[in-house]
Design a protein. Sequence first.
Length: 312
Amino acid sequence: MKTIDAAAIAAALPPHTAIRALQQALRDGLDPEADPPRGVVPVAHGQLLLMPAEGRGARGRGYAGVKIATVAPDNPARGLPRIQGRYLLLDAETLTPLALLDGVALTNLRTAAAADLLAPPDASRLVLFGGGPAAHSHLAALRAIRPITQVTVVGRTPERSRRLAGGFPDTTGIGLTAGQPEAVADADLIACCTTARTPLFDGTLLPPHATVMAVGSHEPGAREVDDHTVRHATVVVESRAAATREAGDLIQVIDRGLLDPAHLLPLADLVRAAPAVAPGRPRLFKSVGMAWEDLVIAGAAYDAIRTDESDR
């Protein structure tokens, strides 16, 4: 069984390739609504997340797999990642283990597929909430698909914003500064990569062309965006079932009768039918992270590495 670390995944599967793999899987008929629900097991110091899936890779080979991730809220204070994980990729027919992949590296490639469909082609100004590994990886992925030249990093306090802004690697060619939530008023893209339980910014400030990527939580009690953002944006989700089960940003608005779940736009519909996204209003992609996405990316990375090895 092959072991594939984060560096190998990054080398084999740059963001553009991962985006094509995810979008092609949806065009080929993959149904996110059929994804098994995420298993969440509470343990003494956090959660164990179990995410199984089955599907076909780009070459038509069947794969199955499961990601085992851990969420340990106290880890950052220990100098350890809050989220860790591994992905076990299996042959779908024999269920033979094929590879063990870095699970976090797979997670970090997912969001760009939606951003590529929603964000203006000339989007250059990014506001980034958060400064951890997820924020770093989303900056890299968004830079790969849009001409980002200005990044404003926002933390809980001005001091924290300055500290976070100073911790980003590989910022050659962009202006990176610390800012405050009001910076969204001048943004083309807003990426929310936090553990926030309450909204990060005032949605009335959003420009009508802005795209918001809210990726920080998968819990009904957590949210990064406010009611105004949800009610006045075109809301795109990975699946309606997963969103109404896990996306606190949406559930809390739906439960008060302020949003009809039928108005949520599944990502698959956007890829396959290209429904018109209403002009003059922001776009919100609320991601909870799903098992089918991890499987597609794991299979694509495995295929790419096998191809490279066979060509040597």
